[in-house]
Design a binder for this molecule. Structure first.
Ligand SMILES: [Zn+2]
Length: 347
């Protein structure tokens, strides 16, 4: 089977590989249709590692996928061949303490697609547990299905925030995850979402959505903009999505008294946090690591029309052009939010 293989840092090949997949009784096999390119895939390509995860053997990339069920294991009842689905890429040990507690995203034993040494899904066919495979409603496209994974992080952030109807939210950083978080926060009940970045093209893309206001950080500071937009009170919820040390240090100047800060972005190194500034507002602090139990909610919001992720799909390229697509992702063009690779012409 031909897959997109990261041989080592900086070297990608579309080549034959034996993924040794066997269909167990609780699994489904899926003909992969669409796979989104994620910042983490690109980082493994350019750096060969993320934190403790090091690519020291060839690894298939990709974890944001949709497709069509080809076969189901003996115990699978909720899916059948021909069903259009999307897949949750992180599989915990079902007997782990974290899984029993419902926080399987922080199970140390979780196996996540395209996180070494686990192969990803940029391959024509994958075998996956049925429990982490979700049927797409007929009117939700494969492209949207492959957007559920990045949107799930925004959903997790919105869930962790504990949004109350009418809350005013601030999102620092308008990268893909900041955009997903802004849309999840708005769909989740925020009356206004104020999102900030230094990149005008990014702000133009997310600013087209109703209920989302943009702040260009080259023109005004975040603290000034938020004070001006909230009558000096601050935001009920601050979603820090940039991972930038200065933004992390600045969150205490954005959050309202009694408000909540959700740390979504991941700084590369440990960074300072203004604890007293947060204490003086008695702010609640939340953190996000991937997501758990949000796929069905995410699909439901997309299916309802409350969240439209299609404008965030910047381009779609065929599987044969995967390496070129990754090289374009490395460029980080400001107008590119999500690039997707299509593996089949199934409708
Ligand atoms: Zn991703």
């Amino acid at each position: 089977m031909k897959a997109l293989v990261l041989e080592e840092k900086g070297r990608l090949n579309l080549r034959e590989i034996d993924l040794q997949q066997t269909l167990g009784p609780d699994d489904v096999s899926i003909r992969v249709h669409t796979v989104g390119i994620c910042g983490s895939d690109v980082h493994y390509y350019t750096h060969g590692k993320i934190g403790p995860f090091v690519v020291d053997a060839p690894m298939v990339l990709g974890h944001e996928a949709s497709g069509t069920v080809a076969a189901v294991g003996a115990n699978v009842g909720h899916l059948k061949p021909g069903d259009r689905v999307c897949m949750e890429p992180g599989i915990p040990d079902p007997n782990s303490k974290a899984a029993k507690l419902g926080i399987y995203n922080v199970d140390p034993a979780v196996r996540f697609w395209a996180t070494p040494p686990v192969h990803g899904c940029l391959a024509p066919e994958v075998v996956h547990p049925a429990a982490y495979t979700f049927k797409l409603p007929d009117h939700v496209t494969f492209a949207e299905g492959a957007m559920v994974e990045p949107f799930a992080i925004g959903m997790q952030a919105a869930m962790r925030a504990g949004i109350k109807p009418g809350d005013v939210a601030v999102v620092t950083g308008a990268g893909p995850i900041g955009m997903m978080t802004a849309l999840a926060a708005h769909a989740g009940g925020c009356s206004r979402v104020i999102i900030a970045d230094f990149s005008q093209p990014k702000l133009d893309i997310i600013g087209r959505y109703d209920g989302i206001e943009t702040v260009h950080l080259g023109e005004t500071s975040m603290a000034e903009a938020v004070a001006q937009k909230t009558g000096g009170w601050g935001a009920d919820i601050v979603f820090e999505c940039s991972g930038a040390p200065s933004a992390i240090l600045g969150v205490s100047g954005l959050v309202a008294p009694g408000g909540t800060v959700v740390f979504v972005g991941m700084p590369i190194d440990p960074v300072p946090v203004d604890i007293v500034g947060l204490q003086a507002r008695e702010a609640r602090i939340e953190t996000v690591f991937r997501y758990a139990n949000v796929y069905e909610r995410a699909i439901a919001l997309i299916a309802s029309g409350k969240v439209d992720l299609k404008p965030l799909i910047s381009d779609t390229v065929p599987f044969e052009k995967s390496v070129e697509a990754f090289d374009r992702a490395v460029e980080q063009r400001p107008e590119d939010v999500k690039l997707q690779i299509v593996l089949t012409d199934d409708a």
